[in-house]
Design a protein around this ligand. Sequence first.
Ligand SMILES: NC(=O)c1ccc[n+]([C@@H]2O[C@H](COP(=O)([O-])OP(=O)(O)OC[C@H]3O[C@@H](n4cnc5c(N)ncnc54)[C@H](O)[C@@H]3O)[C@@H](O)[C@H]2O)c1
Length: 343
Amino acid sequence: MLRRKCKAAVMAQCRHCWRLYQATPSHMQTRQFKVAVIGAAGGIGQPLALLLMTNKLVTELAVHDIEPTTGFRKDLSHMDTGCQVKAYFGSDQMKTAIKGADIVMITAGMPRKPGQTRDFLFDTNAPIVAKAAALVSEHSSHALVGIITNPVNAVVAVAAEAMKKCGRYDPRRLFGVTTLDVVRAEKFIGDHMEINPRKVRIPVIGGHAGTTIVPIFSQCQPPFEGDKECIESIVKRIQTGGDEVVKAKAFKGSATLSMAYAAARFTNALMRGLKGEPGPPECAYVESDATDSPFLSTPLTFGPKGIAKNHGLPELDEREKQQLKVAVDALKKSVSKGVKYME
Ligand SMILES: NC(=O)c1ccc[n+]([C@@H]2O[C@H](COP(=O)([O-])OP(=O)(O)OC[C@H]3O[C@@H](n4cnc5c(N)ncnc54)[C@H](O)[C@@H]3O)[C@@H](O)[C@H]2O)c1
């Protein structure tokens, strides 16, 4: 009776109810996961936190930044979604934000300024990611970690090395978030074919920067309708989608809202995996033996321990094989930059 009356979020606050909640079969529990967003006060962090607040699977949201997060937390805390939101601020509180989290989304660090490549951000962002990754290893080693911070191609390797140093690296639990490339591909293809972009599924493999982004048009569902020139122009648009936004924002910011949407989609896919109810495969940049690059984005199915299945390389046509070769050469350099940094 009591169990029926109590909403999961209310249960989370009451010790008696919490015991009942834990005894409830998992399929009857609706709110289950603690998600921490590191860099939450930023352009991506704030809308990501907003979207996560509305996700029924999130029990607790921890928002952390080196900038104060209390005002932003108060704002979110008035939402009637039943998700508890807690604010953490400053270097010292990062570990408390991370502690006990099931998923840690890292969006802390500098975005690109006009004329800068993602690589330019490495020196500033690598130490931030290294610190967050080490704290995850020490305080929440079971957590799944999504890295949004650029340059993704290199800083995911930094995170892996930081976790190895703590003796707690599990390649099934570390992801570079490349979902925005997939979202852009689905949107641009949907617009071109005049169909609902949500009905489009296309693997986007490789990495997350320029020519390392390789959309696999030959595996698009429904099959892509268009000639070679058309494919080339959409590929180019997907690869330079970030620049398109930077220019449209008159060089005052980069992609934040579409990125938050993509990160929320990715976090939801991870949570569904944790619940043992995975959806369709999502691409992410993970440790991989599919090519010579130690990390590669390929389609993945998620499970209770992170990656349940890495589907590896999809079937590729000749043009895609060439594009992947170029991507792999660049990725090897990025990964080795990340590994060297941690040495
Ligand atoms: N993976 C992708 O597809 C993708 C897409 C767009 C942007 N990005 C990257 O995401 C990152 C964030 O972009 P943004 O537009 O939100 O930037 P932003 O500057 O608006 O926000 C970054 C936030 O990180 C915080 N921060 C900095 N150092 C920190 C630390 N040590 N601990 C905690 N917080 C810290 C800042 O205070 C700021 O609030 C950038 O590196 C950007 O290049 C990735």
